[in-house]
Design a binder for this molecule. Structure first.
Ligand code: SAM
Length: 316
C-alpha cells in the first residue's frame, strides 16, 4: 500500500481547485511546486497537464519527499530536497531557464505538526526542535537558550505579534538560568506563567509560531523567492502563494502590489526610468476556502491564496 495513505502521513491539500484554476496557463509548461510536501497539489496539477509538461517538486524536508510515489505523475518529474530559496540554482542545474508557474503552499505539513519529535506543536511532549530541514544546525533549543532576552522578546513580538513578549522572555531567561530548556513542556510552562489562562492557547500558538519562523528564517526565504520568482517566470507565467498567517500574507500582498504598479512617463524622464510593471495582480483580494472546505479541513480556515502573473513586456 502507498504509505501516503497511512494516517501518519496524511496531509489534505487546501484550495486545490482554486490553485489549479489560477496557476495553470500553459498545459505543456514547466511548473514548480516549491513546497511539495506529500505532493497533494502537484498530483492535482499533474492531472490537468499534458504529458509533455514538466513538474519540479521542491521540499526541504526529506521525510516528506520520501513518501511520494513518482509513478503517480505522468509528466517529467524532478524532486529536489532543498530550500525553495535555492530555486535559481535548482533551475540552473536542471538547465531550465524559465517556468510557467510556481506554487508555494507555505508552512508545515500536517504529519510534521503531529510528530512530537519535531517540536512544532505546543500540545505535545517532545524536544524543542522546530526545524523544517533537520540537517540545519539552528534549533529552537539553541534560540531559546542562547539568544539574548531582548532578541527573544523581539522574535515573539515581530513574528508572533505576542503582546506579553517581554514578560515571557524574562521568564524564559529566569528558567534557563536554573536549567537549560530542552523540552516543549518547559516553553509551555514559561508562556503559561505569563498570560491569563483564558488566552493561554492563543499565546502558545503565537509564541511557537514565532520561534518556528526564526528557526527556519521563514520571512527571509519568502522574500528571496518572491524576488527570484520574477526572474524565472516566463511572460504570462504565474506565481501562486498560499499563506497561513498575516505576516506572510502581508509580505506577499505588498510585493505583488509594488511590482504591479507602473511608473508612467513624465516630461524629462529618461527611458530607463519609465517602468512597465513586472506583475499583473490576478487576485486583488485573497482567495479563501469555501465554508464547506473550511468545515472539512481546519487548516484551510486560515489559508489565503494570492496569484500574480509575469507581464510580457517587463524587463528586469
Ligand atoms: C503546507 S506543506 C505543503 C503541502 C503540499 N502542498 C501537499 O499538498 O502535500 C508545506 C511544505 O513545505 C515545506 N517547506 C516549507 N518551507 C520550505 C522552504 N523554504 N523550502 C522548501 N520547502 C519548504 C515543508 O517542509 C512542508 O513539507
Amino acid at each position: 500500500m502507498n504509505q501516503v495513505n497511512q494516517p501518519k502521513f496524511r496531509h489534505t491539500p487546501v484550495l486545490v481547485d482554486e490553485v489549479r484554476a489560477l496557476l495553470i496557463n500553459d498545459l505543456s509548461g514547466v511548473y514548480v511546486d516549491g513546497t511539495f510536501g506529500l505532493g497533494g497539489h502537484s498530483n492535482a496539477i499533474s492531472l490537468l497537464l499534458n504529458a509533455d509538461a514538466t513538474l519540479i517538486g521542491i521540499d526541504q524536508d526529506e521525510t516528506a519527499l520520501a513518501q511520494f510515489d513518482p509513478s503517480l505523475i505522468k509528466q517529467t518529474l524532478h524532486l529536489m530536497c532543498t530550500n525553495f530559496e535555492n530555486l535559481d540554482q535548482v533551475l540552473f542545474d536542471l538547465e531550465i531557464p524559465k517556468v510557467h508557474g510556481i506554487l508555494l503552499d507555505l508552512g508545515l505539513n500536517s504529519f510534521s505538526l503531529d510528530d512530537p519529535e519535531r517540536g512544532f506543536a505546543f500540545s505535545l511532549e517532545g524536544p524543542l526542535d522546530m526545524r523544517f530541514d533537520r540537517s540545519n544546525e539552528l534549533t529552537a533549543e539553541t534560540v531559546i537558550n542562547e539568544y539574548s532576552q531582548e532578541d527573544l522578546a523581539d522574535i515573539m513580538y515581530r513574528f508572533g505579534e505576542e503582546r506579553k513578549s517581554r514578560r515571557i522572555a524574562r521568564k524564559i531567561v529566569d528558567m534557563r538560568n536554573i536549567k537549560r530548556l530542552t523540552e516543549i513542556d518547559q516553553l509551555r510552562e514559561a508562556v503559561a506563567g505569563c498570560v491569563d489562562p483564558r488566552f493561554r492557547n492563543k499565546s502558545l500558538a503565537r509564541v511557537f509560531q514565532a520561534f518556528r519562523i526564526e528557526v527556519n528564517r521563514e520571512m527571509d526565504v519568502l522574500a528571496t523567492i518572491l524576488d527570484s520568482a520574477i526572474n524565472v517566470l516566463a511572460p504570462g507565467g504565474r506565481l501562486a502563494v498560499i499563506s497561513y498567517h498575516s505576516l506572510e500574507d502581508r509580505m506577499v500582498k505588498k510585493h505583488f502590489r509594488e511590482l504591479s504598479q507602473d511608473i508612467p512617463r513624465q516630461p524629462g524622464m529618461l527611458d530607463e526610468e519609465v517602468k512597465i510593471p513586472f506583475l499583473k495582480n490576478i487576485t486583488r483580494k485573497p482567495v479563501i476556502a469555501t465554508p464547506e472546505e473550511a468545515e472539512a479541513n481546519p487548516r484551510a480556515r486560515s489559508a489565503k491564496l494570492r496569484v500574480a502573473e509575469r507581464t510580457s513586456h517587463a524587463q528586469k
